[in-house]
Write a protein that binds this ligand. Structure first.
Ligand SMILES: C[C@](O)(CO)[C@H](O)COP(=O)(O)OP(=O)(O)OC[C@H]1O[C@@H](n2ccc(N)nc2=O)[C@H](O)[C@@H]1O
Ligand SMILES: Nc1ncnc2c1ncn2[C@@H]1O[C@H](COP(=O)(O)OP(=O)(O)OP(=O)(O)O)[C@@H](O)[C@H]1O
Length: 289
């Protein structure tokens, strides 16, 4: 039996950090939404009791360090599965980019293995298991658009944002999420209006979404990697309606409402930047298939 799963990337429309917790994680409040840029996962049953990862991307580990491997291991242990699985990852999402690529692969593995091994788990149960792998995995189990709190694993679904284009530009650097959180100083940070953003998304108010984009981790990454600020400037100069860094970065995304402007922004970034994509916002939970 063979199962295919789509693993879409996310962007953070709003990301606030409230405080550092005793467990060394940070309490966050953020709005995440899926975009039409995805990895594809293929699961095949193996008779031997092993987990095999196949990936042709040199930045993606093919052993226990892979988050999809960790998803399979966790399910095997919890549900005493004696069968093995081969997980083939066809990678499109840039690695260590702030787009939750590894987390989405893990979430897709959880959804797919639930089918392959006929576990009958609900998405809520899979999201709960996913939170043991990483803070972004729970959201990725559902996809769609959500307000995420706690360390990112508490998910409240909200309606999808209005249709628009997302231009993504990732410089040729990878950023460690742990380093960015570690270098964040919560004194003098400008907190984004997360609740205002929930209202703007729910009321489909594109202009308000553009004006409320905000991410407290942005200034940390900008300080570490000045090229990220340069990409933001370029994106604005070429006509994106609003621009922000996603997650811990370094990927910068620009929102563009009208298709007629997409090519101009995209072309403006090409040649300037390692990887550039023009995709649509997905935002709807039922678009994972
Ligand atoms: C930046 C975001 O991607 C925004 O969506 C997430 O907050 C990070 O999610 P993630 O990559 O799944 O993060 P994890 O793998 O759980 O944690 C990586 C490291 O980031 C830091 N971390 C992460 C999440 C959080 N709420 N507080 C933290 O301080 C911790 O040092 C942790 O060791
Ligand atoms: N399936 C995977 N795909 C990509 N990277 C993976 C995967 N599994 C483990 N990794 C490791 O995780 C690190 C972070 O990669 P990832 O692409 O998930 O980062 P990210 O997009 O910044 O995540 P987030 O936005 O959740 O913080 C990589 O450097 C890589 O070594």
């Amino acid at each position: 039996m063979r199962i295919l799963e789509k693993a879409p990337a996310k962007i953070n429309l709003s990301l606030d950090v409230l405080y550092k917790r005793p467990d060394n994680f940070h309490e966050v409040e953020m709005i995440m939404t899926t975009i039409d840029l995805a990895d594809h996962i293929e699961l095949t049953e193996l008779s031997a009791d092993t987990i095999k990862i196949i990936s042709h991307n040199r930045f993606v580990p093919d052993d226990y360090r892979n988050l999809a491997y960790q998803a399979a291991k966790l399910l095997k242990e919890k549900y005493h599965i004696k069968k093995g699985v081969s997980i083939s990852i066809s990678k499109t999402i840039p690695v260590a980019a702030g787009l939750a690529g590894g987390s989405s692969d893990a979430a897709a593995a959880l959804r797919g293995l639930n089918k392959l091994w006929k576990l009958g788990l609900t998405l809520d149960e899979l999201a709960d298991i996913g939170s043991e792998i990483g803070s972004d995995v729970s959201f990725c189990v559902y996809g769609g658009t959500a307000l995420a709190t706690g360390r990112g694993e508490k998910i409240q679904h909200i309606s999808p944002p209005p249709h628009c284009w997302v231009i993504l530009a990732k410089p040729t650097i990878g950023v460690s999420t742990a380093d960015v959180y570690q270098n964040l100083s919560l004194e003098n940070v400008k907190h984004p209006d997360v609740k205002g953003m929930v209202r703007a998304v729910e009321s489909q108010n594109y202009e308000e979404i553009c004006s409320l984009l905000g991410n407290v981790l942005e200034s940390v990454t900008l300080e570490m990697y000045p090229e990220v600020a340069m990409i933001k400037d370029q994106m604005k100069r070429f006509g994106a309606d609003a621009v922000l860094m996603s997650g811990s970065g370094p990927t910068v995304f620009g929102l563009v409402q009208y298709e007629s402007k997409v090519q101009r922004v995209y072309n403006g970034l090409r040649g300037f930047c390692g990887q550039v994509f023009a995709v649509r916002m997905l935002g709807d939970q039922h678009q994972l298939d």
